[in-house]
Design a protein around this ligand. Structure first.
Ligand code: FAD
Length: 462
């Protein structure tokens, strides 16, 4: 007798290979239905920003096509996921419902409720580890509490037997087909794509979906040896660009780890440690679900942030601060939905420490504009720069955007790529341009604003 169908509920795991939930469904042997629910309830998960919505649209398109080629339907529904999973499971009389785990508080509450409800209806329900190398409850200090220092956390991770091997691709085409496919929504009607076409730079830069992720991973594998030397330079840009693919689960960290880092030292190990920061940040999110809204170090609650003056926040957002490195980063973000890590640190430091604005204003802008906007990585990194986080950069470390520019983009290639007004400015003058037509003068005095930031910090440490 054929098994009853399996329902696979996909969320941040929009891939076929190394997808433990899909794999488990294929192993049961019955027909498989894949389901994606657009659940916009902020109590469950923070609604995606505009750039993430763009990505999601294209990623779902790619996944739907790839599954269809293998005889599996991707059903799209919109609304409260708990109710929809129940309804779809009933409609196909599913024998099992499978999914890969998420780590936000609302997400976990929802998953627990779905699990209980599914089992109460006499169906198998199981969740799997598809998105993290080390789930937050698996790597703890000797006293059972989570690590608060990255280096110790990562050492402890590396001292385990290591991340599991990737599962490969399940043979979906060999499975019996589902008889009647329930009716679903049209992706187009979800209006994930922008009304005003600001997405040309995104479309030129990225190929959302599993195939695009695999291409990036393969390309990075060929140049990984340059990572340690080049990862800080935004001009030649030696990093993997895997972040949005990881964010949407188009590639698993296990696939990345085993392709690049496992058992290797040098640049590959350094890259592995960056994946480790992602793990660490998820541990933070798991233990502090309100990471994007609350200072992890509570003394920062009394920090005297300024209210933004008229046009000030917009100048930062649109890359018109008069500091070329900051402006290049912010314009790169606006144009392609991604910014080099060095520029992320410098632009964030500028907002927090030179403009003395609350890090949450910057976090929210990044959330809306980054294609890799990630509930753990974005908030944790903003708190890292602000000094309000766990194992964060000390507040008094204020990046000087001019010195950073000279050090990491000495010829000004990155600046010229993103700030068109500076295209003809020679390298010697480009880091502190003066009187360039159309380019704004510096919006703050670096020395004075730095001193003011340190004085403000003093008020919370006294
Ligand atoms: P690579 O250098 O190739 O690194 C490989 C992977 O490791 C990345 O894809 C990412 O998954 C992980 N990684 C690398 N650096 C970090 C880090 N500092 N923290 C956590 N994970 C890391 N990263 C996001 O994925 N989403 C975000 O929303 C995000 N917001 C950030 C906000 C600020 C203010 C800062 C300073 C950093 C932020 N980062 C974020 C971290 C980092 O900048 C990006 O992960 C990285 O630039 C992505 O490019 P890449 O894939 O080429 O990175």
């Amino acid at each position: 007798m054929t098994e009853r169908p399996s329902l696979v509920w996909l969320r941040n795991d929009l891939r076929i290979a190394d997808n433990p939930a899909l794999f488990a469904a294929a192993r049961r042997g019955g027909p498989v239905l894949a389901l994606y629910v657009l659940d916009e309830d902020p109590e469950v998960a923070r609604p995606p920003g505009a750039a993430s919505r763009w990505w999601l649209h294209h990623s779902l398109t790619a996944l739907g096509d790839a599954l269809r080629e293998r005889g599996v339907h991707l059903l799209l529904r919109r609304g409260p996921a708990q109710r929809i999973v129940r309804e779809v499971a009933e409609e196909i009389d599913a024998g099992a419902v499978f999914w890969n785990r998420r780590y936000g508080a609302g997400e976990r509450t929802q998953d627990t409720a779905v699990k209980e409800e599914t089992r109460a209806a006499g169906r198998e329900a199981a969740s799997f580890d598809g998105s993290l190398l080390f789930e937050p409850w698996t790597v703890l200090k000797a006293d059972g509490t989570p690590y608060a220092v990255f280096s110790a956390f990562w050492r402890a991770c590396l001292a385990t037997t290591g991340p599991r091997e990737p599962l490969g691709e399940p043979d979906l085409a060999a499975l019996p087909r589902l008889g009647a496919v329930p009716s679903g929504g049209e992706l187009g009607s979800w209006a994930l794509l922008p009304d005003i076409p600001w997405d040309a730079g995104l479309a030129e830069t990225w190929t959302p979906g599993e195939a695009g992720a695999a291409e990036r991973l393969a390309a990075f594998g060929r140049v990984v040896d340059d990572y340690q030397r080049g990862r800080d330079e935004p001009g030649p840009d030696a990093t993997s660009h895997l972040s949005p693919h990881l964010r949407f689960g188009e590639v698993s960290p296990h696939q990345v780890w085993h392709a690049i880092s496992a058992g290797r030292s040098g640049a590959a190990a350094k890259f592995g440690a960056e994946l480790g920061w992602r793990e660490f940040n998820y541990t933070l999110l798991y233990n502090a679900p309100d990471l994007a809204g609350r200072n992890l170090r509570s003394e920062f609650d009394a920090f005297p942030w300024r209210e933004p003056a008229d046009g000030e926040l917009e100048a930062w957002q649109r890359g018109r601060t008069g500091f070329p490195f900051v402006d290049a980063g912010m314009r790169q973000l606006w144009r392609i939905g991604w910014m080099h890590n060095r520029a992320r640190m410098v632009t964030a430091s500028f907002l927090i420490k030179n403009l003395l604005l609350d890090w949450r204003l910057g976090e929210a802008w990044f959330w809306d504009t980054l294609v890799d906007a990630d509930p753990a990585n974005n908030a944790a990194n903003w708190q890292w720069v602000a000094g309000s986080g766990v194992d964060a950069a000390p507040y008094f470390r204020v990046f000087n955007p001019v010195l950073q520019s000279k050090k990491f983009d000495p010829r000004g290639d990155y600046l010229r790529t993103w700030v068109e007004e500076l295209v003809d400015v020679p390298s010697a003058a480009i880091h502190e341009p003066a009187g360039v037509a159309g380019y704004p003068p510096p919006m703050v005095d670096l020395k004075r604003s730095r001193a003011e930031a340190l004085a403000a910090y003093d008020t919370i440490t006294r």
